[in-house]
Design a protein around this ligand. Sequence first.
Ligand SMILES: [Zn+2]
Length: 423
Amino acid sequence: MLKLYCWGGVSEQGRSCFLLGDGNGFILLDCGVKRTFTAFKAGEYPQWDVNLLTRIDATFLSHAHEDHCGALPLLTKLGIQRPIYTHHLVVPEVTQSCSAWLQVVDSAGHKKPYEMEHILSLLLNPVGFGEKIAIKNCEIFFNPSGHVPGSAWFDIMWGTKRIIYTGDWCTSSLLFSPPEFSGHADAVVLDGAYGAAVIMQDNIYEQLLGAITATVSKGGSVLLPVPRIGRSQEILVLLNSALKVSVPIYVEAPILAGLRGFLRDPEKSGIKCPAQIVNIGYDEKIKEFHRTSEIPQKGEAIILATDAMGSSGATKELIDRLGISEKNTIIFTGFLYEGTKGEQVLKGAVDGIKARVARFIWKVHPDWKDIEDMLGKIKGDPTVIITHVAREKGDELARLLRQKGVRAIVPRVGEIIDLSSFS
Ligand SMILES: [Zn+2]
């Protein structure tokens, strides 16, 4: 009996982790951490059954955001050393992402969940798009998902069943080609991060450019806390091509290093605008920085720095530095976990912040239109398992799908779904 064990990332955002197996073979799909903090602990990890976990044949990693890969070193710590298959662009990101998570935990004064040695001994196996990995009764195909460089959706053939595991996916990236879904499927494990919302990405571009222009025209500076890979480079492409005001753009070194990395093999990496990326490398407005002390104290500037939550790294310092003046603006562009510095700043709970604070959600997941369009291309009346979204928003999406005659499930953490009855 083929079953999907939902160990995390359902009815919640964070710690995506699923076990798929039929008793003879088991594969793990993603293995992330949820960034939550209490006085006693940092992070929530997948609620796995260790007996089953020790039986996995391999792990398939869709991409290296911490909510998909941050718990992988715990497997090493438990002595579970199995191959981890992921796109070759994602391989170096796993080490970066897991060590960044260790730093976040450490700087918050909590005990580290694992050590660097557990990260460095992960058995990462690079895979290219279009390639297939066969494990016992199962074949897994890697396809680009348009979310970040190298992010994949998995086309899984388990015996006669076809399961689409979307991972995080996006159709409107400025950098990456959109995913292409088609054919007959029995089940779709769907990233539904925005629930039933419809997001007009063009309006977000305008709002973001408008807020930046308004701030720098009045002599202020703008801080954009961003993740190291993905949204950060997309925002840079937008600023480079569409911003009308001429102001230095300070970009933290790892963001530019990531961008250069995309040029190594743009076609195989699904990059759709290599020429634009090359132009950024020659633009005098773009200034690379390694430490915040390299950014001049005086004069207007736009700053792209990590991390996106404002809890560590350059953004933690820059929020304090830019936050003291009402001339400046701090703009968040993504999801903020509760209790992070970014979330506290956004809700006005941090003393001394006089700068304007705004948030425009940069679309990196599918909205309702994308989901409707995607399911329209898939035949066979698949059951849709909604993931990567809080309970209420997931329920709203499920309601809308059911109105269209789609069987939609919003599982809870720990739920086991029998896929053998689906057709
Ligand atoms: Zn992601």
